[in-house]
Design a protein around this ligand. Structure first.
Ligand SMILES: Cc1cc2nc3c(=O)[nH]c(=O)nc-3n(C[C@H](O)[C@H](O)[C@H](O)COP(=O)(O)O)c2cc1C
Length: 232
């Protein structure tokens, strides 16, 4: 019994040492990659629609406008993948096209939040979105360069209920693997993220969807500001 307790005691101490080691390792790895404490923050909206300036981009603009209302220290930028070369991930094929230039924007320490927008394609994300998220494995290998940035997801479908929530969850799964901090649309809607309905390339009549977009943008900015300790 005594021997068992001693052994357990040893394991406890050893375990604590391992945890402490891992913690400081993680802190060292993320140092310099996160927004400086108390400073201004940037929220990026990343449109993964192959159609520039269409409904996914429009929904993200609504999110970003709402993010700005979180405070004077919040800057925003819309980044569109449309027209860029984001090759499907193939470990055997060299070259990453335009991925690196977008990745540099996202990993900028000032960026404290990222809102990923995708059209719903057959109940899931666009292939462009999947190609981009798969390529983000390079950022995971780069000491989790997106770790602790706040993330939200927007999905725009041609049907009111065409798979937006399922699509959001598939994107969220990839973002969780980057150690991002996921949030949904804030109250009063408060579910998985922004779910919009494209009616003839127009989202302006979708009052409920617009509310989820505003609540997501505001929530991402508020949580990001809180983490960075900025006044918002
Ligand atoms: C290949 C393809 C599959 C689609 N599948 C769905 C779907 O499953 N559910 C849905 O609601 N809309 C679906 N749509 C419609 C798009 O999601 C919708 O038009 C979206 O707003 C397009 O985004 P964009 O305006 O940024 O291009 C599909 C469109 C395409 C081209």
């Amino acid at each position: 019994m005594r021997e068992d307790l001693t052994r357990r005691g040893f394991l406890g101490v050893a375990g604590a040492a391992v945890v402490a080691g891992v913690t400081s390792e993680v802190a060292a790895a993320t140092e310099g990659k996160e927004a400086p404490k108390g400073g201004p923050i940037k929220i990026i909206g990343l449109s993964c629609s192959p159609r520039p300036g269409k409904t996914t981009a429009a929904a993200l603009k609504v999110c970003l406008d709402a993010a700005k209302t979180a405070g004077p220290n919040v800057e925003t930028e819309l980044v569109e993948l449309a027209g860029l070369n984001i090759p499907v991930f193939d470990p055997a094929a060299p070259g990453s096209g335009d991925f690196d230039q977008v990745a540099a924007k996202l990993t900028d320490p000032k960026v404290a939040g990222i809102i990923v927008g995708t059209p719903v394609y057959f109940g899931s994300m666009s292939s462009l979105c999947k190609a981009f998220l798969d390529r983000c494995i390079a950022l995971r290998k780069d000491n989790f360069a997106l770790a602790n940035k706040v993330a939200g997801v927007v999905a725009v479908g041609g049907m009111r209920n065409g798979g937006q929530e399922l699509t959001i969850q598939t994107v969220q799964a990839a973002l969780l693997a980057q150690e991002m901090i996921l949030v949904g649309d804030g109250r009063p809607t408060a579910h998985r993220g922004a779910t919009l309905w494209n009616q003839n390339d127009d989202i302006s009549k979708d009052e409920l969807g617009l509310a989820t977009a505003r609540n997501l943008g505001r929530r991402v900015a508020e949580v990001a500001a809180r983490l960075v300790g900025t006044t918002g």
